[in-house]
Design a protein around this ligand. Structure first.
Ligand code: SF4
Ligand code: SF4
Length: 224
């Protein structure tokens, strides 16, 4: 082999075996491709195949209830103070015997979480003293409207199980607030009925009975 044939692109003589390496490099590159072809695919077919999250995933919040349907939130605002993104707004109010939302003295009258601000860090649920606030595995929160990203209490409140009656309603007879947290109340007392939420503008059934026979009062009463 002449000196010219073993020279590199620069015209300088190459090292022994360099020309074989230059030939094998593309083949080695395809080797990487072939190996990747038989590896497990990482692509997720979302949204056709919904992603399965970890059990303790930090998703949308939920306001929990006691087993009889009364609310666990006492309107203390600790979650709002703990939030680093200022995403929670709470207004507490007093329960009354005629309109009771939680077993104790206070309840969360207004509760909002702004998901345009929330970073799903979970500090709020750590701060909650009653375990009223927890996080679910729901992560599909995107929306094109800022207004829709502010979730209200009605949206965050947990649904009703078979043992529950929707709030407001009376405390379980013979039980007090501590008994609820000791787990002594396991279902709504027999005969529990939902009270009229006067503070939310609901009307007692008598007041609605001014409608004529073609508009029965029972159809006009919210939550009766
Ligand atoms: S998860 Fe974090 S950012 Fe979101 S409301 Fe709770 S404390 Fe605030
Ligand atoms: S969710 Fe918990 S921390 Fe927040 S106001 Fe209600 S009881 Fe207090």
């Amino acid at each position: 082999m002449s000196d010219k044939s073993s020279a590199g692109a620069s015209g300088k003589p190459g090292k022994p075996g360099e020309s074989e390496d230059t030939f094998l490099n593309p083949v080695a590159g395809f080797g990487v491709t072939f190996k990747a072809m038989f590896k497990k695919r990482l692509t997720e077919q979302y949204p056709e195949q919904p992603k399965v999250t970890a059990p303790r995933f930090h998703g949308r919040h939920q306001l929990n209830r006691h087993p009889d349907g009364l609310e666990k939130c006492v309107g203390c605002e600790l979650c709002a103070w703990a939030c680093p993104a200022d995403a929670i707004y709470v207004e507490g109010a007093d329960n009354t015997d005629e309109e009771r939302y939680s077993p104790g003295e206070r309840y969360g009258r207004v509760y909002q979480i702004n998901y345009a601000r929330c970073i799903l860090c979970g500090l709020c649920i750590e701060a909650c003293p009653t375990r009223a606030l927890t996080m679910t595995n729901e992560f599909e929160l995107a929306d094109s409207s800022r207004e829709n990203l502010i979730y209200t209490k009605e949206q965050l409140l947990a649904g009703l199980d078979d043992t529950m009656v929707d709030s407001p309603h009376a405390i379980y007879p013979g039980m007090n607030e501590q008994d609820y947290y000791r787990g002594l109340v396991t279902e709504a007392a027999p005969g529990t009925v939902r009270q009229v939420a006067l503070s939310k503008g609901e009307q007692p059934q008598e007041a609605a009975s001014t409608f004529g026979p073609e508009e029965p009062a029972s159809g006009k009463v919210v939550g009766a």
